[in-house]
Design a protein around this ligand. Structure first.
Ligand SMILES: Cc1ncc(COP(=O)(O)O)c(C=O)c1O
Length: 483
């Protein structure tokens, strides 16, 4: 049942506060400066008058109506919604971190600077890159920053004709958007029958107008780009650079590095791979990491370890400048650092192998029942197609996703990547147990059976949520959030 607004629960005179007796001398307000009349209220604010218990119950109820990874499985593909360990949360709440001010004297913020410096060192070794910047606040922001560096690099070399960025058809939408925002022309690269980059198509598009190829590996079908070394040498041979979209790093951490694959610059999604909470729009963190070629172009300031301790260095003549206020989302950085320290190199490697194992286990359980267009061993995620189901029973990927909500699961990513018709993408992550994966597969297979026997039922799902099925496009384009 939907929860009424606090204003609807309001009863005149009810309150949840109790001020102490006024201890200022009478008439003190006359000593205050007068406020301009246009800033004064003409009538009192209409605020809910409610008791403390009303407020507690209201917000507790609302909290139980939203779904997070702490409530149940969250198998979003391409978005790594893994469990956020409570230890990281506890440490992120230490007052020594939360009460720090970004403008305070650096001699009193050495602990925070050491967290950022050490995190950069760890991320450099996990990715095989030279150094990075923690400023970008999301994956897309990291892409924007990385491409800005690529642009600065070619401008410095006087190669103004490099106006194109190549993006595979399976890429996340933020890739072409970030390229376009940096003023590049976006050129699409086809996928081959296996779902990987079509080498012939790529090579036919490589020339001295290409600035970069953006690629995620494994790609968004959950497939490792086996030809990555040939791809990298072909792009470099034409003078272009390689951008790695690190959204899928959870599949390879501790086992392979983008640096060894030949990438020049990448972003990481700390809010995915490094287990910091996300969803609902933030806060995130999308550090960029670079090799020596692009290091001079990193955002400034850089963090250095000097004889006098950690310091910011602003003397970076080729830097693209600052890309966010202060030093990024510090508490997200801190959580990621705690996660890396707690896991250690063995733990990081184990996390990736379990993520890949879990995805393959689930895929095996589902492949007898669902159409999985790009078969074979997957990495951390895989994509099924509901096209046949739609043709035969009128049931779409969206209907199955909505049905999963009633089964107690967060819906998977739908209709992406766009090269798979009626796509549902699953990424169980390393955090889920075999029992959870079995139960999830059973629910999905149950929904499949039901959609054949009783298609009308699934068309109406979800039934257990405070509001039923929304017109999603309208809800996004015309959000009605006012009272
Ligand atoms: C493959 C891929 N690239 C980039 C992004 C963008 O990351 P963010 O949502 O943090 O901007 C995502 C996230 O959805 C993604 O899945």
């Amino acid at each position: 049942m939907s929860e009424p607004l606090l204003i609807d629960k309001s009863k005149k005179g009810r309150k949840a506060y109790c001020f102490p007796a006024l201890d200022l001398p009478r008439g003190f307000e006359q000593a205050l400066p007068e406020l301009p009349s246009q800033l004064l209220r003409i009538s009192s604010a209409r605020l809910p008058e409610v008791s403390e218990l009303d407020v507690v119950r209201h917000f507790t109820k609302l909290s139980t109506q939203s779904f997070g990874v702490d409530n149940g499985p969250y198998p979003l593909g391409s978005c790594t919604m893994k469990y956020n360990p409570k230890l990281s949360e506890q440490i992120a709440q230490f007052p020594s971190f939360t009460t720090i001010h970004p403008l305070q004297d650096l001699s009193t913020a050495q602990g925070c600077l050491s967290v950022m410096y050490n995190l950069l060192e760890d991320l450099s070794s996990i990715t095989g890159m030279s150094w990075g910047s923690l400023q970008p606040c999301a994956g897309a922001h990291g892409e924007y920053t990385g491409l800005k560096m690529i642009r600065a690099y070619f401008l410095k070399r006087g190669e103004r004709g490099r106006t194109k960025v190549l993006v595979p058809v399976s890429a996340h939408g933020t890739n072409p958007a970030s390229a376009a925002m940096n003023g590049f022309d976006v050129v699409t690269v086809a996928s081959n029958k296996e779902g990987r980059v079509d080498l012939a198509d790529l090579k036919s598009k490589l020339d001295d107008t290409v600035a970069a190829l953006m690629l995620t590996n494994p790609n968004t079908l959950g497939l490792f780009e086996k030809d990555i070394l040939e791809i990298a040498s072909s792009v470099h041979a034409c003078g272009g650079l390689l951008y790695y979209d690190g959204a899928n790093l959870n599949a390879i951490m501790g086992m392979a590095t983008p640096g060894d694959m030949g990438f020049d610059v990448l972003h990481l999604n700390l809010h995915k791979t490094f287990s910091t909470p996300h969803g609902g729009g933030g806060p995130g963190s999308g550090p960029v990491m670079v090799n020596d070629t692009l290091r001079p172009f990193l955002p400034k300031p850089d963090i250095e370890l000097t004889d006098g301790g950690y310091a910011y260095s602003w003397d970076r003549p080729d830097s693209i400048g600052k890309v966010s206020m202060f030093w990024g989302n510090f508490l997200v950085l801190l959580r990621a650092y705690v996660y890396i320290l707690r896991m250690g190199s063995e733990g990081i490697r184990a996390a990736s192998s379990h993520a890949v194992l879990n995805a393959n286990y689930l895929k095996k359980k589902l492949e007898k029942h669902f159409d999985i267009p790009y078969s074979g061993t997957c990495m951390h995620e895989f994509v099924i197609s509901c096209e046949k189901l739609k043709k035969e029973y009128g049931i779409t990927a969206q209907d199955i996703a909505k049905g999963l909500i009633d089964e107690g699961y967060h819906p998977p990513t739908m209709y992406f990547p766009t090269i798979v018709p009626e796509a549902l993408m699953f990424e169980p992550t390393e955090s889920e147990s075999i029992e959870t994966l079995d139960a999830f597969a059973e629910s999905l297979i149950g929904l499949l059976e039901r959609s054949k026997k009783d298609p009308a039922y699934l068309k109406g799902a979800p039934y257990t949520t405070p509001v039923g099925r929304l017109d999603e496009v309208r809800a996004v384009k015309e959000p009605d959030l006012h009272y």
